[in-house]
Design a protein around this ligand. Sequence first.
Ligand code: GLC
Ligand code: CA
Length: 512
Amino acid sequence: MTWWRDAVIYQVYVWSFADSNGDGIGDLPGVRSRLPYLRSLGVDAVWLNPFYPSPQADNGYDVADHRDVDPRFGTLADAEALIEDAHRLGLRVILDLVPNHTSDRHPWFRAALDTPPGSRERARYLFRDGPRSDQPPNNWISAFGGRAWSRAGGQWYLHLFAPEQPDLDWTNDEVRAEFRDILRFWFDRGADGFRVDVAHGLAKDPQMPDVDSLTTGAAPEGHPHWDLDEVHDVYREWRALADAYPGERVFVGEIWVQSPERLARYLRPDELHTAFNFTFLSATWTAEALRTAIDESLRSLRAVGAPATWVLSNHDVTRHVTRYGGGEAGVRRARAAALLMLALPGGAYVYQGEELGLPEVLDLPDEARRDPTFFRSGGTDPGRDGCRVPLPWSGESPSYGFGPGEKSWLPQPDQWAGLTVERQSDDPESMLRLYRAALRQRRLLPALGDGEMEWIPAAPGVLAFRREPGFVCMVNVGDSPAPLPVDLSVVLASSPFDGPLLPGATAVWFRS
Ligand code: GLC
Ligand code: CA
């Protein structure tokens, strides 16, 4: 069995996981010290958000050196030690690769500005002359708001994200060679794989025509810079490179496209291994929406032989407790969603803090915010800081064990005193205990993980499916109690119940 087909991968947002030195910023020694927690949670691997040297214009997605560690987070030796420790504990390590753009402080971009238009150095990026110095080459917009072009060195350069993140030109051989070398650098240090940032963005239409519909949502087909066919060449090259290493090194793509079919094209047997399932993440909390997302995902992935990866949250979206309505109802639904996600065929991602049932922090003061989307939208978009607040581990006051002192780079809400790992470990009804139990059962029950599922007829608002051998998952997505099957024994329930009816927003795992 290939490990990645049904791995549960825990996303560590390094900024916010654990701070070893009290500066209020998470770091690699902090992550290292908490690896036993992840081991006992029962996950198979960790994915670390970027920790490379960076001016942090976009919290590390503006990389200035792909082969080192930002001093905020530690040293290269810390990264190596982390990988080693993780392996010793039986955890694999996935790193974050950011190939679409570099930082504007990357030596390549500095060199591009130090040389005249037309230079070999400029050819690694997408410099163009606009019609005028106040008029960019086309109407493309940045995913973070505002236009996708800025001026430097007497020309315009493209940035699909912040101006501090100039886009690379993936038709350039030096760019390609550089990234092959970066992959080897980390594979040689034991990395088990990479999460590929904006994997649908690398190729651009060389004519750079205007975009018809200016939207930052999933790319419509025929778009000039999202999801072009040429990106697939890059992944074929990388797959061959990864396959030459022992131990099944893998890629997971961050790919926002308009349909599960378009997504599946990235997962053909000689391309990326898996991709985040944003169709599932984006589905609203109704039986119909969830079932459609599940069916469409499985159908399109089956066609290319790739496994699904189920995702509820990550560092770019509103935490799902809040998305599902917030408060007690949001928590209850999130509990049911966790059992649904972990029972579906394939792998799953757990974003740090979801196992604690953390809500989105909605009331961060403006001065505390850092996300460029907040600033570039003039504050109309609250941005992504609310899902990035440092984790509460223990104690009664900030930083709740995040670091040795009180500091955390984003302020933690007072209510988080009740949500610490320490508190939840002792509470059998807690979200943490539910995740631990579910992950443990997932290892014990042979039906779970990779494989097939089959829907069972159920009352409206209820999802029920069977997996062989001998497993049934039932989720009452709606609010009214629904009849339970007879003759099945309960393995795990997302909320307590007794009697013949399954309460609303409750999931149950059965053994038959
Ligand atoms: C991806 C990352 C996001 C980042 C963007 C630009 O979407 O997940 O955090 O801002 O790429 O690199
Ligand atoms: Ca620190």
